[in-house]
Design a protein around this ligand. Structure first.
Ligand code: SF4
Length: 347
């Protein structure tokens, strides 16, 4: 088999025939590696409290107009043990940066799910202190999702993303050294982004110890300093997905629900086209419905991916849910250090 051609910065702005060829190449690489199977992960939003203040997110602590919630552990437990769809092989717990919910809700839930199910467990809970990372691993989580958002440290600071970029990358590297499978991600179309800056995200992602990477379109959130900025270009995001796949044929690359939001997304087409352009993971929203409205990452009018939507979309694309879960796949195909490691520096 001939080697996969590397992506180039020009690919990110491809249109028309070159764009179709780019997506077809990335789609073919995905099918050669993963067949017609796509991982299906349920995502559960457990808290909309956040101690950070990112300019691009409505959950930022300065947003006083948001009614915050922390999920009830018992209700979630009942919901996830009894009502999760059969296709879901993995769960991801995500929240704003809220250490309290980690201790009160996520840790006990992980322990229960570890005991009662064979689900693969992921978390995306922001930068935490070393003992909490260790406790999450001990409770059964295997994948940590920590997005770097933008590879430009000056842009990162201007956007008031958490801490500094270097600190975030340090957390990410230390998580990997501790035996986590680490996935990261960036936002395409942020105000102030340059073509060179967008490409720098690829170079950074490629240099990190990752098992996967996401790219999301910038979506201007209500009640944020960037609420009036234009949304990210979905075509460019789809090109980024294809370029990520060509760069790393083995990575887990999600089709993010936000692809169906910005103008130009053409109804539900953005999401389906992501699956043709190299994505191999769909996430299905399992947050209890009454809590969803108060979890506005990055906007309250977001596209909720339901079980029915996932089923129909995969069938329409000639794809099917993976029989083996994401964590099981990573355990088989990626080696990670068994022993643990130096503890992360305090956040
Ligand atoms: S992007 Fe994350 S860390 Fe930043 S304000 Fe939103 S939830 Fe908090």
């Amino acid at each position: 088999m001939s080697p996969t051609p590397s992506p180039s910065p020009e690919d990110l702005s491809a249109r028309d025939q070159p764009q179709a060829a780019l997506h077809a190449r990335a789609g073919a690489v995905t099918r050669a590696r993963f067949g017609d199977e796509v991982f299906v992960r349920g995502v559960v939003e457990v808290s909309s409290f956040c101690r950070e203040d990112c300019d691009y997110c409505a959950m930022r602590r300065s947003n006083r107009r948001l009614a915050r919630f922390r999920a009830n552990r018992r209700q979630l437990e009942e919901w996830l043990l009894r009502h999760r769809p059969a296709e879901v092989t993995d769960l991801n717990f995500q929240a704003g940066e809220d250490p309290r919910v980690v201790e009160e809700v996520v840790l006990p839930l992980l322990a229960t799910l570890r005991r009662e199910t064979d689900l693969g467990l992921s978390v995306g809970l922001g930068t935490l202190e070393a003992p909490l990372y260790r406790a999450l691993r001990a409770a059964g989580a295997s994948v940590y999702i920590l997005k770097f958002e933008t590879a430009d440290p000056v842009h990162y600071r201007r956007l008031r993303a958490p801490g500094t970029l270097e600190e975030r990358l340090d957390h990410l590297r230390r998580l990997a050294a501790q035996g986590w499978f680490v996935s990261s991600g960036f936002i395409a179309g942020l105000p102030g982004e340059t073509p060179a800056g967008l490409w720098r995200n690829f170079e950074l992602a490629d240099s990190l110890p990752l098992c996967g990477c996401s790219v999301s379109p910038f979506v201007p959130g209500e009640d944020t300093p960037l609420g009036g900025a234009p949304a990210g270009d979905v075509e460019r995001v789809l090109n980024c997905i294809a370029a990520l796949r060509l760069m790393r044929p083995d990575w887990i690359i999600p089709a993010v629900s936000a692809l169906n939001l910005p103008p130009g997304a053409n109804g539900a087409e953005g999401y389906r086209r992501a699956l043709r352009a190299g994505a191999n993971l769909v996430t299905l929203n399992l947050t209890p419905p009454r809590l969803r409205a108060e979890y506005p990452i990055y906007t309250r009018h977001r596209y909720i991916v339901s079980e029915t939507y996932v089923r129909q979309t995969l069938a329409a694309e000639g794809l099917r849910p993976a029989r083996r879960g994401l964590v099981a796949h990573l355990e088989q195909h990626l080696r990670r250090p068994a022993a643990a490691p130096p503890a992360p520096a305090p956040a």
